[in-house]
Design a protein around this ligand. Structure first.
Ligand code: UDX
Length: 432
């Protein structure tokens, strides 16, 4: 099939590349000409393991194209995926849909034969209705169907998540559109993913419900971790015991710092806003957002207490600053408020992250990027294991830090507290 992906962010680029790998012809469109030029040279603008190889392979085979020419891409395609960002609006919780509607208004002028318009961007329930209204003339002429097909891929695992999703959701009341999309997804569905044809509004809501529920699971275990710390229980035991109940499931029960990234924070906020618009109080989601925000301060309080409330001139090393491993993404990473605070308190901060230096910390006077784990850790008073990159899982801290009396705050529970005790290392974890 011939596809057009509008927007080459995480969702658009990964889906476009993977769809081309399934044998489709894919036009990836972006207004950012520099990005398109780079992509045409094989340079991938995001850090995503495996993406570059698949991109280059399909580009060479002339199944994958990068262009800023929306008109040509739309006219050559059967299915148009809208994959632009839906960030949180300034000073509000609601999703900003201006990029989505800008695209729709452009499409209005370009369509003259039947196309399926699919929102892959995460959009509030009834957005599809609004898109249809804008394109009402085309709809009346039966030239379009508007479908919601939410994407559930995670950063760092994007290719596997796209290729082997737990489910494919096609939200449409149109039989024709459903049939075409089902055959597009058939190679994926065949590999045992479940396929659901739901209402369009249902599909829109499923995405927010899923992300908010996962965020709820994380906040739940994070709050239990607080209780574990006070009651002498290891939260890992609780996650294991709870998670073995198949009704609960063991994934997304790892306690840690506040969750971050480009989706959970934005989508939980947006769901609250959607609830408000429909006069429905989503009190659980509200609590999750509040709990996650409070966690940033709570962990800083723990840092202070680990350092006996003496922060000034303390050498603190952050290992990992991204919101999760295998990505260079810093959006809503909990390291940002933490490092900003410790910088203000005149701590001397070194950080190392396998994905490189971060613009977020460039102008902070007490914060330096180290190019290796070794240089970051040397002479530290406190090591904060912030992100669970594999590189940090088997470290010899005594050798690295090269002084006695250092402390470790393992925010991802990567190490065994008993082993640390045996090594005489002052070790602090989360919920243990
Ligand atoms: C998420 C959803 O998982 C994905 O389905 C959706 O399409 C986009 O949003 P992503 O933001 O890439 O994906 O990352 P994810 O792996 O879900 O992690 C999000 C945050 O939760 C990270 O900060 C991570 O550290 C945290 N997390 C995750 C935990 O703290 N504990 C866990 O057990 C799992």
């Amino acid at each position: 099939m011939k596809l057009c992906m509008i927007g080459t962010g995480y969702v658009g680029l990964v889906s476009g590349v993977c769809f081309s790998d399934l044998g489709n012809t894919v036009y990836c469109v972006d207004k950012d000409i520099n990005k398109i030029n780079s992509l045409n040279k094989g340079v991938v603008p995001i850090y995503e393991p495996g993406l570059e190889e698949i991109l280059k392979k399909n580009y060479k085979q002339k199944r994958l194209f990068f262009t800023s020419n929306l008109k040509k891409a739309v006219q050559n395609s059967d299915i148009i995926f809208i994959c632009v960002g839906t960030p949180t609006k300034k000073n509000s919780n609601s999703a900003d849909l201006k990029y989505v509607f800008n695209v729709v208004n452009e499409l209005k002028k370009l369509i003259s034969s039947y196309k399926i318009i699919v929102t892959k961007s995460t959009v509030p329930v009834t957005t599809g209705d609004k898109i249809e209204k804008i394109l009402n003339n085309l709809r009346k002429k039966k030239l379009i169907d508007v479908v919601s097909n939410p994407e559930f891929l995670r950063e760092g695992e994007a290719i596997r998540d796209f290729t082997y999703p737990d489910r494919v959701i096609i939200g449409t009341e149109s039989r024709k559109a459903n049939k075409i999309l089902k055959s597009l997804y058939m190679p994926i569905i065949k590999k045992s993913s479940r396929y659901f044809n739901t209402s369009r509004r249902g599909a829109e809501l499923i995405k927010y419900a899923s992300n908010s529920f996962l965020a709820t699971k994380i906040s739940f275990i994070n709050e239990l971790a607080n209780l574990c710390e006070k009651s002498g229980v290891d939260v890992k035991d609780v996650s294991l015991g709870m998670g073995s109940d198949q009704r609960i499931g063991d994934r997304f029960l790892r306690a840690g710092p506040a969750y971050g990234g480009s989706c959970f924070p934005k989508d939980t906020r947006a769901l609250i806003d959607i609830g408000n618009k429909f006069k429905t109080d989503l009190s659980i989601v509200k609590s999750v957002v509040a709990s996650n925000n409070a966690r940033k301060t709570l962990l800083l309080e723990r840092v202070k207490s680990i350092l006996n409330n003496k922060l000034k001139n303390k050498k603190i090393t952050f290992l990992g600053v991204t919101f999760k491993p295998n990505t260079d993404d810093m959006r809503e990473a909990s390291s940002i408020p933490m490092i900003n605070y410790l910088n203000k308190k005149n701590c001397k901060i070194n950080y190392y992250d396998p994905s490189g230096e971060k613009i977020e910390f460039k102008n902070l006077k007490n914060v330096k990027f180290s190019t290796s784990i070794t240089s970051a850790c040397l002479n530290a008073d406190l090591i904060i294991l912030h992100t669970e990159w594999n590189d940090f899982k088997l470290l010899n801290f005594k050798k690295l830090i090269n002084k006695s009396n250092f402390k470790i705050f393992d925010m991802r529970n990567l190490y065994d507290p008993l082993k640390m005790k045996k090594l005489n290392i002052k070790y602090f974890g989360i919920g243990r």
